[in-house]
Design a protein around this ligand. Structure first.
Ligand code: NAI
Length: 331
């Protein structure tokens, strides 16, 4: 099938070209994100392949459907950037990669915890500057601390297993408890209780209308003073302005994110020569107890391999008229 890839970097092209040797699709790579303005590039391609920050709303969907696109292959798990109702009305099939490496994301969340707790970002810079003082680097033992996991699906489960290995007490909140987590002693509680009892909270649930701004001014009131908040899921789960106020008041003592609610147009780009116009993001960056990575939690060799394999296999199945287990339908 002829596939137009949007929002691609060299690493995407490399992994897709390599894996496509087994599938034989016709791949065309575009650097721009898919947006209403770039939708014309998809003209004549029955399939488009998109990533997290492509804008696949109504306007884009109508534009690509009018020029022959019938399949959207997401090369990611989340599908909050696609208007599924409109896609369905237009007869466009949407497929995704539900899991490519839960370990990659869970391990990155743990990396953020370690970085914030032991202030590795400061320590790295200090030692390079021949400053071997320890003042300001004081951390805490993870052993014995309470960790709250919001969303115990594939990634949340891996995260809970790792934190269990550190000797933490694990609380969880999920609309569907996970028996594997229950087996290792994870205690399921309601969200306010999780927020109240946890020293560290890590978000691993999807962004849905019901989870948008799950962490907001009201829910932040439940937090223990100085709690650590980690988000490797989707930026929209957190009301960033409310968290900024909570950081300023000391209620949030550490904030580690791999995702940001207005990351589209920022993340995945080298903007080092430009002036960032997002004042909220700039303010966040200015705090000493905030660590931001730019949506790299998924970025391991294993994950890229699995993403390419599942995406191309999804496309082959749809092309052959088979049922694709990874199809996403509007509810
Ligand atoms: P999953 O579908 O296996 O697990 C999601 C869990 O969230 C499920 O157990 C579900 O029951 C639960 N859930 C649904 N609604 C909820 C609610 N209202 N409150 C609490 N829990 C709720 O998904 P997986 O693979 O674990 O991924 C989780 C999220 O991680 C994805 O939705 C995606 O946004 C994000 N992600 C981030 C990546 C990154 O690079 N930073 C890479 C891959 C995924």
């Amino acid at each position: 099938m002829k596939i137009a890839f949007f929002n691609t970097k060299r690493y995407d092209q490399r992994s897709f070209v390599e894996i496509n040797a087994d599938y034989g699709h016709e791949l065309t790579f575009f650097e721009p994100r898919l947006t209403p303005d770039t939708a014309s590039l998809a003209s004549g391609f029955p399939a488009v392949c998109v990533f997290i920050n492509d804008e696949v709303g109504e306007e884009t969907l109508r534009a690509i459907a009018a020029t022959g696109t019938q399949l959207i292959a997401l090369r990611c798990a989340g599908f909050n950037n696609v208007n599924l109702d409109v896609a369905q009305d237009l007869g466009i099939t949407v497929v995704r990669v539900p899991a490519y490496s839960p370990y990659a994301v869970a391990e990155h969340a743990v990396g953020l915890i370690m970085t914030l707790n032991r202030k590795l970002y400061r320590a790295y810079n200090r030692v390079r500057d021949d400053n071997f003082a320890l003042d300001g680097l004081l951390g805490f033992d993870l052993h014995g601390k309470t960790v709250g996991v919001v969303g115990t699906g594939k990634i949340g489960q891996c995260f809970a297993q790792i934190m269990n290995g550190f000797g933490c007490k694990i609380l969880a909140y999920d609309v569907r408890p996970n028996p594997v987590c229950q087996e290792i002693g994870v205690e399921y509680v309601e969200l306010p209780m999780l927020l109240t009892r946890s020293d560290i909270i890590s978000l691993h649930c999807p962004l849905l209308p019901s989870t948008h701004h799950l962490i907001n001014e009201e829910s932040l009131q439940h937090l223990r003073p100085g709690a650590m908040l980690i988000n490797t899921s989707r930026g929209g789960l957190i009301d960033t302005n409310a968290v900024i106020e909570a950081i300023k008041s000391g209620r949030v003592g550490y904030f580690g994110i791999d995702v940001y609610e207005r990351e589209g147009g920022l993340f995945f780009e080298d903007l080092s020569d430009t002036v960032i116009q997002d004042d909220t993001f700039q303010l966040l960056q200015s705090f000493p107890n905030v660590v931001i990575t730019a949506h790299q939690a998924f970025f391991t060799k294993e994950a890229l391999h699995n993403i390419a394999k599942t995406t191309l296999s999804n496309i082959s199945e749809v092309e052959a008229g088979q049922d694709c287990i990874n199809q996403v339908k509007s509810i």
